[in-house]
Design a protein around this ligand. Structure first.
Ligand SMILES: Cc1cc2nc3c(=O)[nH]c(=O)nc-3n(C[C@H](O)[C@H](O)[C@H](O)COP(=O)(O)OP(=O)(O)OC[C@H]3O[C@@H](n4cnc5c(N)ncnc54)[C@H](O)[C@@H]3O)c2cc1C
Length: 491
């Protein structure tokens, strides 16, 4: 038996095409994994069939940092390999004054981006949530549900002297809201009957939990190309196998979770979703600084640093501070006199129609399908926030009594390299400016839903995944309630 191909049970697209599914999910990242887990739990007792299809292959069975043989350099290599990630480099941001290259990515592996993600689970601020079509009370409930399920804790740096000293300096010198970063890691100790081999959370854990409550069918190397719609209701999907054979899969409900760059081509090729499909692409503008810190200023065992300075009403950006050790749990750490702290500022980016994912009218990929084309630029308002982030980064360094970074040491990151892209199927009430309604249902097509980063209506300033997972749980609850009531009516 080939272990690398069988650590999770999966079947071929051909087999899936023989079945009738009640629900089909496309993609196994944060959105798809959540929808699968929640629906399997909610519908465990119902006689319904659930399937999930994934364009990528089975590559790693857990978050890469749970593997002691993998260190952060290997992860970066993997993240850059065209075997696992689709890079979009073709277009340039078109700010006239200063053209900026872009480097957006689409992970194409089982588990999606959460196989490598950095576990920061920050809630969107109420100022940002006020722009969303979901009541704040609902968000609060679903954030709590998501945090519980993801083991979110603020204790990842508890007891670390560098954490305590930096927090104190920030709080006393102009950043009173500085706090421990909420992080999705499982601190539960291994015991008899409960072996904790997954410290770092990923969507693969969600899929594992689903497996244990309800059987489902999974196909990998199965790329969805279109959704099938009959008389305004979804009837299934078309998917293509690695050997380029197309299959039709029948389903009463379809949830697209192929990500910010994966969903628009599917919807555009199907001719559904309206004029907002692919538009309003947003990310976080990111300003990076690397600050020097001397070991002699701390106790002998200094630990790690994970600090968050959330956005405030008049500051539309957040800061995060991390020491390199956090990402290298198994790497030997030489005793060095000088350390580096990454200080990153994530800024709000306006949702604008002209920032978009579109289909290239000429170029075709290896499947003969249109290539994806991305257009992205920062607005004047975005650039003003970027300038403020650079200035405040220097102020934060000085608040921590660290050398203030000079000219050229505070840098704007290339758009896309923050991996926080959102908005191409955004939620909203108006079909002219949004693709889905408040429960993730695509306007005008019953039974078709979207659940992943692409539905986030605006970028806000918080890392996106916790919000995506909260909304994906909400969408799943809506689907399961509808399904249960239609099953009741049949009897
Ligand atoms: C290095 C790194 C660090 C990060 N750190 C953080 C962090 O600390 N906090 C945070 O909030 N976020 C972080 N992120 C971002 C986080 O990973 C994403 O927000 C999250 O994965 C998005 O989930 P998604 O479901 O929208 O898309 P994805 O995770 O990209 O999942 C989409 C899935 O769909 C599949 N797919 C695509 N097209 C098709 C198709 N046509 N048919 C079938 N399947 C398809 C893909 O293969 C993929 O598995 C980080 C990302 C990276 C890479």
């Amino acid at each position: 038996m080939d272990f690398m191909n069988s650590w999770i049970r999966h079947i071929s697209l051909e087999e899936m095409s023989q079945n009738d599914y009640d629900i089909l999910i496309v993609g196994t990242g944060a959105g798809g994994g959540t929808v699968l887990w929640r629906l399997c739990e909610r519908l465990a007792k119902e006689r319904i069939r659930i399937g999930i299809v994934e364009a990528g292959d089975l590559v790693v069975p857990t978050h890469t940092q749970n593997l002691p043989t993998v260190n952060v350099d290997d992860v970066v290599f993997m993240w850059r390999s065209p075997k696992y990630v689709k890079h979009y480099r073709t277009n340039y941001a078109s700010n006239d004054a200063a053209p900026i290259p872009i480097d957006f990515h689409q992970p194409v592996i089982f588990g999606g981006g959460m196989v490598h993600w950095g576990h920061s689970c920050v809630r969107m601020d109420p100022v940002d949530l006020a722009e969303w079509p979901v009541p704040i009370g609902d968000m609060d409930f679903y954030y709590k549900t998501a945090e519980r399920m993801m083991n979110v804790t603020r204790r990842v740096a508890a007891g670390s002297s560098i954490q305590e000293v930096i927090l104190q300096r920030l709080r006393e010198n102009g950043f009173p809201e500085a706090t421990d970063t909420p992080t999705a890691v499982d601190f539960t100790a291994t015991q008899h009957g409960r072996i904790n081999s997954s410290f770092f959370f990923s969507s693969i854990l969600l899929i594992a939990r689903a497996l244990n409550v309800k059987p489902f069918d999974l196909a990998v190397n199965a790329r969805t190309t279109r959704v099938l719609v009959e008389n305004g209701h979804v009837s299934g999907i078309e998917a293509i196998s690695r050997d380029k054979k197309p299959y039709m899969l029948r389903a009463k409900t379809v949830v697209l979770s192929a990500g910010t760059f994966g969903n628009p081509p599917i919807l555009l090729q199907s001719g559904v979703g309206g004029r907002a499909v692919g538009h309003y692409l947003a990310n976080h503008s990111t300003v990076d600084s690397f600050l020097k810190i001397r070991r002699s200023e701390f106790a002998e065992v200094s630990g790690i640093l994970r600090v968050l300075i959330p956005r405030s009403a008049d500051r539309p950006f957040q800061f995060q501070l991390v020491t390199g050790d956090y990402y290298q749990p198994f790497k030997a750490k030489p005793l060095s006199e000088e350390w580096e702290i990454w200080l990153g500022a994530y800024g709000k980016v306006q949702s604008r129609y002209e920032n978009k994912v579109a289909l290239d009218p000429v170029r075709r990929d290896e499947y003969g399908l249109p290539e994806v084309q991305i257009s992205f630029s920062y607005s004047e308002e975005d650039l003003e926030i970027i300038r403020q982030m650079a200035a405040l980064s220097r102020l934060a360094a000085s608040a921590m009594s660290l050398p203030v970074p000079g000219e050229g040491e505070v840098c704007l990151r290339i758009p896309g390299r923050e991996f926080h892209e959102t908005g191409t199927c955004r939620m909203g009430e108006n079909p002219e400016t949004s693709v889905t309604g408040r429960y993730g249902q695509v306007h005008g097509v019953s039974g078709l839903f979207v659940a992943d980063n692409s539905v986030l209506p605006t970028s806000g300033t918080a890392n996106p995944t916790l919000s995506t997972i909260a909304l994906a749980i909400r969408t799943s609850d809506y689907i399961s309630e509808q399904l249960k009531s239609s099953l009741k009516k049949q009897f």
